[in-house]
Write a protein of this length. Structure first.
Length: 117
């Protein structure tokens, strides 16, 4: 299944008439690597993300949009709780445990609160 990040990259390639092979050569990856990133079978690393942003000469707003798409296309996330307070740790754990049971409306409310900070 193609991820949101993959859809956007394909759109950029088509708009710029760039083949998967040509883009792979320019960013120093194989076509199969690019394909596996587009389909969510591989993690989008920071270095890979930066090479894509440079390759397409994305502006600040486009790069921000692409970063968001990369983030939501990941199948796993991890976060360090090394410097977190006990309350922050608790919130992270409670959220992780309840994530799959939250409704879209509840998630939207949480998003609104966090984006308002």
């Amino acid at each position: 299944m193609v991820t949101e990040f993959g859809k956007y990259i394909r759109k950029l390639r088509i708009e710029n008439t760039v083949t998967l092979r040509a883009m792979a050569d320019e960013v120093g990856k194989s076509p199969s690597y690019l394909s596996s990133v587009e389909t969510g079978k591989r993690t989008i690393t920071k270095d890979f993300f930066c090479s894509i942003a440079r390759y397409f000469k994305l502006g600040q707003e486009q790069e921000k949009d692409l970063r968001h798409l990369a983030d939501i296309s990941q199948s796993e996330i991890s976060m360090s709780l090394k410097e977190a307070t006990l309350e922050q740790r608790n919130s992270a754990v409670v959220f992780a445990r309840q994530l799959n049971s939250l409704t879209d409306d509840e998630l939207k409310k949480i998003d609104d609160i966090l984006e308002g900070l």
